[in-house]
Design a protein. Structure first.
Length: 343
């Protein structure tokens, strides 16, 4: 079968579109005929690699996918060949203390498809049946693939961990990525507001407004920390969503009002930075981190995608054979929403 793979870590020059063996499935798995794959920045981090990431090579890329069940393992119930499905990309053991308490994204054997094991950028992939949701006929495969990782991550961060309430003011730092475009919509759906969004281009900020932002700030045109200070009558906001990290954390903490929460699921500009601790205790701030989300959150947020109340933004689509070119577009950073491969 054809796939987007790499044989060694490095840059995009290592990525190939070529034939690899079709995967075997275990008794609890289904063989998924992939119909759509969505890329995440995670794919570029995995390609670059890091100490402790030991992949079986070649590695099939892509952490988001949806498709049709092509075969089922002997213990699989609830799904049949031909079913349309969406896939929660978080893998878990199902029996550790975290899994048994419904926190399967904290599983002792936590893994993400496409990060620690083969992903979706292939004609077929093996997926545990308990990661599947039935995908309604009315929902296209590319919508399901584009939503999965970003929406479960944003939902878990804002709603489950962040306990975002109606009427709370929110600042989202970053406008174009999958998680941030999901976060704007989820904040709007939760009744939060005003919703402030800081972005790097006019096009991304127009998109942010379309998705529900009340106030947008172009970080190239004004110092956004000051702009937030001014817009909130020097009080700051209740919640900041910051998945940028090193470049923005200080301003994000300063932008919070007393008792505020900073929510984070990542750090696109770098993971290590200094924090002025006086801000934390002096303003009674909380920093709340999380990664991915449990299956219960996946079901909840995808239910809202399936009924159209949340809608992933798709920047562009490519055939699988152009999967390397699509990664190049993602790396260039000028995307508003998801880059998707359609098979
Ligand atoms: Zn577990």
């Amino acid at each position: 079968m054809k796939a987007i793979v790499f044989y060694q870590h490095g840059d995009l020059a290592q990525v190939r579109y070529e034939s690899v063996p079709r995967p075997e499935i275990g008794p609890e798995d289904v063989l998924l005929q992939v119909k759509a794959v969505a890329y995440n920045r995670l794919d570029l981090w995995v390609l670059a690699g890091w100490p402790g990431l030991n992949l079986k090579l070649p590695h099939v890329m892509g952490s988001d996918g949806a498709g049709i069940v092509a075969a089922i393992g002997q213990n699989v119930t609830g799904f049949a060949v031909g079913d349309r499905v969406a896939v929660n990309p978080t893998l878990s053991c199902g029996h550790c203390a975290y899994c048994l308490s419904g926190r399967d994204n904290m599983c002792d054997r936590f893994a993400i498809m496409g990060e620690h094991v083969d992903g979706f950028a292939a004609e077929y992939t093996a997926v545990p049946a308990r990661n599947l949701l039935h995908l309604p006929e009315s929902v296209p495969f590319d919508t399901a693939a584009a939503a999965s990782l970003a929406f479960v991550t944003a939902w878990h961060s804002l709603i489950t961990r962040g306990r975002l309430q109606a009427g709370e003011s929110v600042l989202i730092v970053g406008a174009g990525g999958g998680v941030n475009t999901a976060a704007i919509q989820i904040a709007r759906l939760a009744g939060a507001g005003p919703i402030y969004v800081v972005g790097s281009s006019a096009a991304k900020l127009v998109l942010a407004r379309d998705l529900g932002a009340d106030v947008t700030i172009n970080r190239h045109e004004e110092e956004w920390g000051k702009a937030i200070f001014k817009a909130t009558n020097r009080k700051g906001v209740d919640v900041v969503v910051d998945n940028v990290g090193a470049a923005t954390y200080f301003q994000s903490l300063r932008s919070l009002k007393k008792g505020g929460r900073l929510l984070t699921v990542g750090n696109t500009s770098g993971p290590q930075f200094e924090i002025d601790n006086r801000l934390l205790f002096g303003k009674h701030l909380s920093i709340i981190g999380s990664t991915m989300g449990p299956m219960s959150d996946y079901e909840q947020v995808m239910g809202l995608v399936f009924n159209g109340r949340l809608q992933p933004v798709i920047d562009s689509t490519y055939p699988l054979s152009d999967g390397v070119q699509a990664l190049r577009k993602l790396q260039a950073g000028e995307v508003a929403g998801k880059v998707v491969l359609v098979l």
